[in-house]
Design a protein around this ligand. Structure first.
Ligand code: FSO
Ligand code: SF4
Length: 555
């Protein structure tokens, strides 16, 4: 309803990220730039993926195997619909066709098809897609609390699919993750479940995601070595260069190999920063440094950039004409009109563009958002636990008063300077662990040291939340207490669906007293919020001053 009582019809409905319109839902066009026709095809892709999952569940109940290719297809479909990844309607339509085709083949193997839901049987050609999409979005679930739990489950699985995908490209798979996708997607599509059926599934998704992040942690380390602390330059050297964004280390490695000896330098962007910590990536001398800050600043930072930018995963923003001829996408990322690099990972169009544009004619020093000139990353769980003795001693003798994990996503909405202020105001004898792109709010600050350790420890990407869990568990063991009794507070910033699955993993571990912001998810209904507050003491963030006082027990 608009002011004046005019009813405005929804052109779409999406409320999966933190920046959703009016903190309730994008109904006319996505705040992220997603158009209604793309939103519709994403809804339909989720619907047909629920359908193929119901068929897979039935086949397994009949004792039949589901091929790994089907697991991959479901993972890819979920990942494709994550925020800020795929804005290309045609690419999504292609995935719907592929899914329907595989599903028909699977359906022919089912003996007892009578109980299958409509999504499992539905098939059509493209002219029918828009009409069907209009009936199958999240609002097709009427009850608010049920819709909320199904959304938590679905969005959490989208995030988990990203991690499963990254592990798989490195050759690591966990069949129990795919089994959970089938079960979870079946549940999201099933009308007969009540709150008490869905809640355990939501919690189970947190457990499965933890296993999935553990698998990716192992995959990254066995492939690229144990991360070690690294100082990363923010100066872009004279000459041709390529900026690589997103989370996919395998894409970065391929690009590094293909640019060896070309005279092109490579700079990470956003969530790719922690790549500098891995020995088997930092060994390439042309992996020079980091360009710019977090994802929401890209339209400003890429303005007339004399280099191509390769997006390997989210977060891609609508591309501006001032750099539109130099954006390349790969994997699940796509944007109409941009060159997409296919699965063969032949990056020669990107390389050609870098040589054509030539880069800057002199070294250009960039700064972080607070004016700092250096970034440090690479404090993975191994590096931190190697200093466990000093940490434990520091806590025991009072040199270290508290740990804060200030982590999660950055974003464009006002209110995110909360995290900068929080870090600035945290006690001088506290240690700040961080991860994911939210750290760009403060990772150029010089916070000094405490007990011989840097006060700010960047643990890596969002998936490295697994490492934070390992550190917390090790500290709890050393102090003979539970994680909830440690002098540790989690202050999380969320934006998209990977943050949802990480939050669910923390809840699965029984971690309480999490501070969550900058706003609560629109898809968490009052009923579900009450449950989360009662069970887990989740706090919405208020002001840094007030929250720090509360955490330190000063009020
Ligand atoms: Fe950020 Fe984007 Fe890593 Fe997200 S770049 S917001 S939670 O994709 O995944 O932290
Ligand atoms: Fe809106 Fe976020 Fe959905 Fe984009 S992803 S349409 S901003 S809710």
């Amino acid at each position: 309803m608009k002011p004046g009582g005019i009813i405005v019809e929804n052109k779409m409905f999406c409320y999966q990220c933190q920046e959703t319109a009016g903190c309730t839902g994008c109904t006319q066009s996505g705040v992220c730039g997603k158009k209604p026709d793309v939103a519709a095809m994403q809804d339909l892709l989720v619907y047909v993926t629920k359908g193929i999952s119901a068929v897979a569940v039935q086949l397994r109940a009949e004792g039949k195997e589901v091929a790994p290719a089907v697991n991959h297809l479901v993972t890819l479909n979920l990942f494709t619909t994550i925020t800020n990844a795929n804005f290309d309607k045609e690419a999504i339509v292609t995935r719907i066709h592929a899914t329907l085709e595989v599903k028909q083949e699977l359906l022919s193997q089912v003996e007892h098809a009578d109980g299958l839901p409509e999504a499992a049987r539905w098939t059509a050609s493209e002219p029918m897609f828009a009409a069907k999409a209009a009936q199958v979005g999240v609002l097709s679930t009427g009850d608010e609390d049920i819709r909320s739990l199904k959304s938590l489950l679905l969005f959490g699985m989208k995030g988990m699919a990203a991690y499963a995908f990254h592990a798989r490209v490195l050759g690591y798979e966990d069949p129990s993750v795919s089994s959970f996708f089938y079960k979870g997607l079946f549940a999201v599509g099933y009308d007969g479940y009540a709150m008490e059926d869905l809640l355990p599934l939501v919690m189970e998704s947190g457990k499965v995601n933890l296993d999935c992040m553990a698998l990716l942690d192992r995959a990254n380390r066995e492939t690229y070595g144990i991360p070690a602390p690294a100082q990363v330059s923010m100066t872009i050297e004279k000459g041709p260069f390529i900026v690589i964004s997103g989370h996919d280390l395998h894409d970065l490695e391929q690009l590094l190999k293909q640019t060896q000896g070309t005279g092109i330098n490579i700079y990470t962007h956003g969530e790719m920063l922690p790549a500098h910590a891995y020995p088997n990536l930092r060994k390439y001398p042309h992996l020079k440094g980091n360009f710019g800050t977090a994802w929401q600043n890209q339209q400003k930072e890429f303005d007339h950039i004399p280099a191509p930018v390769l997006f390997t995963t989210n977060c891609l923003m609508p591309v501006k004409p001032s750099y539109g001829d130099r954006v390349f996408t790969t994997s699940v990322v796509a944007y109409p009109g941009m060159v997409h690099i296919g699965d063969g990972k032949d990056f020669s169009p990107v390389i050609k563009k870098a040589l054509e544009l030539g880069g800057y004619d002199r070294d250009v020093a960039m700064t972080g958002i607070n004016g700092g000139t250096t970034l440090t990353t690479g404090f993975g769980h191994e590096a931190i636990l190697a200093s466990a003795g000093a940490v434990i001693e520091g806590v025991k003798n009072g040199d270290i008063s508290r740990f804060f994990l200030v982590g999660g996503c950055d974003g464009a909405r006002p209110g995110r300077n909360y995290y900068t202020e929080f870090v600035k105001q945290a006690p001088a004898d506290s240690i700040i662990l961080t991860l994911a792109c939210g750290k760009y709010r403060f990772n150029d600050l010089d916070l000094g040291t405490v007990a011989g350790l840097p006060r700010l420890l960047d643990m890596g990407q969002c998936n490295d939340a697994y490492g934070a869990v390992k550190v917390a568990a090790a500290l709890a063991e050393a102090f003979g207490c539970s994680v909830n009794d440690l002098p540790l507070t989690l202050v999380l910033s969320w934006y998209e669906q990977k943050a949802v699955c990480i939050l669910l993993s923390l809840l699965h571990l029984g971690i309480k007293n999490i501070y969550l912001g900058p706003t609560l998810p629109a898809f968490v209904s009052r009923g579900v919020l009450n449950y989360l507050v009662e069970q887990f003491d989740i706090h919405p963030v208020s002001t840094p001053e007030e929250d720090i006082r509360k955490i330190l027990g000063q009020q």
